[in-house]
Design a protein. Structure first.
Length: 134
């Protein structure tokens, strides 16, 4: 079959994947984002060991966006489960974070509007269609 590449960005070194396909000023994802999230669910099911933990961190750049970033974290957690994320993978505390250009592993114009998925243990060895940043 035809291989569809994803826009999902991951860092092997930092054990992070990033999701930023949200509708502007909403906690809903774009049509293209739905496919990305399915791919991301498959990735997490493969790379996360049973009993593994993932943390979701929503980013914001202005105080009035903080609540939206928390809603986005929760939406991603819910949608990952709805897409079939295995129950043996647990979510750790979700927390919003202010985007900081100097510290961000992933920085581009969408950086303040992303949710990072931090994996406490993962093995990315065979996902060749991911855009790895390191």
């Amino acid at each position: 079959g035809k291989k569809v590449s994803s826009k999902i960005k991951c860092s092997i070194k930092n054990n992070i994947c990033v999701f930023d396909s949200f509708n502007i000023s909403e906690n809903t994802i774009t049509a293209g984002g739905e496919r990305e999230l399915l791919v991301l669910t498959q990735i997490l099911n493969t790379v996360c060991p049973d009993g593994g933990k993932i943390s979701l961190i929503g980013y914001w750049d202005s105080e009035d966006q903080k609540d939206l970033s928390i809603e986005r974290e929760m939406a991603i957690g819910r949608l990952l489960r709805e897409n079939g994320l295995k129950n043996s993978v647990k979510f750790e505390t979700v927390k919003a974070k202010k985007s900081n250009k100097k510290e961000d592993v992933f920085y581009d114009r969408y950086s303040p509007y992303r949710v990072e998925i931090h994996l406490n243990s993962a093995d990315f060895f065979f996902f060749l269609d991911i855009k790895f940043l390191d």
